[in-house]
Design a protein around this ligand. Structure first.
Ligand SMILES: [Cu+2]
Length: 97
């Protein structure tokens, strides 16, 4: 009886996770000016982590990019991204979606 319940739980968990994958949005790539060291990267990561819509933040010092992965059904407009980075002292050269 217990095994059956556990099995049901596992199946629903798998179904749930696949539906999440299906809804995953295309990440936003932001080209950032002034992004030079790991402190910048940490600060930017921290900043975007506070956003409800942001699932994950990846910063590349080599490419000078910030890649934002959004949560399903959430949006983040260019203006918000640009303002946040400018307030932190960086410039935005391009936002790719
Ligand atoms: Cu820095």
């Amino acid at each position: 009886m217990k095994t059956k319940l556990l099995c049901l739980l596992l199946v629903s968990l798998i179904l749930f996770s696949t539906s999440l994958i299906a809804e995953t949005q295309k990440p936003i790539t932001v080209k950032v000016k002034g992004l030079v060291c790991s402190f910048c990267a940490q600060g930017i990561k921290k900043k975007f982590s506070t956003f409800d819509a942001v699932k994950s933040v990846q910063v590349s010092l080599e490419k000078k990019t910030v890649v934002l992965e959004l949560n399903p059904d959430k949006t983040l407009d260019d203006k918000t991204i640009k303002t946040s980075l400018e307030q932190a002292g960086y410039g935005v050269t391009r936002i790719e979606r």
